[in-house]
Design a protein around this ligand. Structure first.
Ligand SMILES: C[S@@+](CC[C@H](N)C(=O)[O-])C[C@H]1O[C@@H](n2cnc3c(N)ncnc32)[C@H](O)[C@@H]1O
Length: 238
């Protein structure tokens, strides 16, 4: 295995173990630390995607589904069939208790998804892309499994656009959230990793560019809650 390949495997292992440790507290903390805004963001993904789903009986793959909140929101709000995948078993076990049996949960790595080319009408990834060893590698894999004219939606933390909100959110996200998250989850490192991984991740414009460079078309994004998060969309060419 190449040096890059083994670094990617190591990175994946660390991320999987980290989510495995916090899985039991993940949902509570998500809703608490975001003041429940995360639910609105996921609903927005479903509503945006619904307008893009054409044809009979569309099939969505929710990648890095974690405990299944977005998978469930997609299922309840789009009318599409949903498959959900993640590489962390403890996160998937929590999802299994929450989602209906009609949502198939499949263990899989976002960088090597166990699906044939051009399988899905839409693919979503919420707060997952940032965690991959290679964002470009992830985007290439998501494009591969999309049908022609299919849509990708990425929901991810981004950069607040408002000059008043930016420093206030920075203070909360980098100082207060790690302490609260660390105390409640018992893993300070996981909630220190969160702001660190967001600051390494491309901002709104850079991610849009990366999606275009990866072969996505009609790329656009919406800032959510003043740019604290962003919703990017792009399609596979017909
Ligand atoms: C922050 S959670 C997001 C979960 C869910 N999408 C949500 O909206 O709450 C990130 C998830 O990405 C998963 N993940 C990270 N890297 C992955 C990879 N290479 N393949 C599959 N899942 C991955 C983790 O296991 C974790 O469940």
């Amino acid at each position: 295995m190449s040096e890059n390949g083994s670094a990617a495997v190591e990175h994946g292992k660390r991320v999987r173990e980290m989510f495995g440790k916090i899985a039991g507290r993940y949902d509570v903390l998500n809703h608490l630390l975001s003041g429940n805004v995360d639910k609105r963001w996921r609903k927005k993904v479903a509503n945006k995607l619904k307008t893009k789903l054409v044809g009979k009986d569309p099939l969505i793959l929710d990648v890095a589904c974690g405990t299944g909140d977005l998978s469930l929101t997609l299922f309840e709000n789009t009318g599409a069939r949903v498959i959900a995948t993640d590489f962390c078993r403890p996160m998937l076990s929590i999802a299994a208790d929450k989602v209906p049996g009609t949502i198939n949960l499949i263990e899989g790595d976002a960088l090597r998804l166990p699906f044939r080319d051009a399988t899905f009408d839409a693919v979503t990834i919420a707060f997952g892309l940032r965690n991959l060893a290679s964002v470009e590698g992830g985007l290439a894999e998501l494009l591969r499994i999309l049908k022609p004219s299919g849509w990708l939606v990425v929901l991810e933390f981004s950069r607040p656009t408002n000059f008043i909100l930016r420093p206030l959110f920075g203070l909360y996200f980098k100082r207060i959230l790690p302490l609260m998250g660390g105390m409640i989850s018992g893993s300070l490192s996981a909630y220190t990793y969160l702001p660190n991984s967001v600051s390494r991740f491309p901002d709104q414009e850079q991610l849009a560019l990366l999606m275009k460079d990866s072969g996505f078309q009609q790329v656009s994004f919406d800032n959510l809650t003043g740019g604290i998060a962003a919703l990017h969309m792009g399609s596979r060419s017909s």
